[in-house]
Design a binder for this molecule. Structure first.
Ligand SMILES: Nc1ncnc2c1ncn2[C@@H]1O[C@H](COP(=O)(O)OP(=O)(O)O)[C@@H](O)[C@H]1O
Ligand SMILES: [Mg+2]
Length: 231
């Protein structure tokens, strides 16, 4: 069906280190449809970040088949994956990753430069207003709270109009209240704008608010009751 944005078939990721072989993701099957809000949950080291990076084309699979928007990307080189990411995906990380010397507004505008898209000052302003930071646009990251920085990062991720937003532990570095605010913004983007969101979290309270939870254990998708989160 054409509303399937991502189709992962039996995908695995293996890291071969000198002393050991780590199976970070094992035989995962997953379909993600337009408009879904998916939380990937599991204990530390269960493969959440690796799986998210694979789905977001930031990392490559060792085996299996990965389709993004109907295109088989399983064997594409990094140079081709860049184009797929730029056109379709936005990313938010636990550590915000804002440029410290640029204002909030400049940080949000930056991806448009990289994507060689026309300047989007008005769009960037609109997005900052949308995440509740219309009054902080000229601030540098160090002049913002953690929650505000993450909201700038969300606006930055959206400025290229991605079809899918990936967020790796977006509330992991935030206090409960700021984390709730950030999660509320993500939920609003999903529910009001229909944005497809895939995030990782080990916060049960937040994860349970997602439309669907994918539980990982030792790199495999497991039923909720087998995930050690609920053991
Ligand atoms: N670049 C890497 N090289 C080797 N091992 C890695 C690498 N990235 C992750 N791993 C290993 O893969 C497993 C899954 O890691 P990760 O996806 O970061 O889990 P999570 O995000 O759930 O904490 C862990 O055992 C981790 O040590
Ligand atoms: Mg992780």
């Amino acid at each position: 069906m054409d509303d399937i944005l991502i189709k992962a078939e039996n995908i695995s990721k293996v890291y071969r280190l000198p002393a050991e072989v780590i199976r970070a993701v094992r035989d995962v099957d997953l379909e993600i449809r337009a408009g879904e809000f998916i939380a990937i949950m599991g204990p530390s080291g269960s493969g959440k970040t690796t799986l998210l990076d694979i789905l977001g084309c930031l990392d490559r699979i060792s085996s299996g088949k990965l389709g993004i928007l109907g295109r088989d990307v399983s064997r594409l080189k990094e140079s081709s994956l860049v184009g797929i990411r730029r056109g379709n995906m936005g990313f938010v990380f636990q550590d915000f990753l804002l440029i410290p010397t640029l204002t909030a507004l400049e940080n949000v505008e930056l991806p448009l430069l990289f994507a060689r898209l026309p300047s989007g000052r008005r769009k960037a302003i609109g997005l900052l207003q949308k995440v509740g930071l219309g009054h902080r646009m000229g601030h540098l990251p160090k002049q913002l709270s953690g929650g505000e920085r993450q909201r700038v990062a969300i606006a930055r991720a959206l400025v290229t109009s991605p079809k899918i937003l990936f967020a790796d532990e977006p509330t992991g570095n935030l206090d409960t209240k700021s984390g709730d605010q950030v999660f509320h913004i993500l939920k609003g983007l999903n529910q009001k704008d229909g944005l497809t969101i895939v995030l990782t979290t080990h916060n049960n309270k937040l994860g349970s608010q997602a439309g669907r939870v994918v539980y990982l254990k030792d790199g495999s998708v497991v039923p909720r009751e087998e995930s050690s989160l609920y053991a």
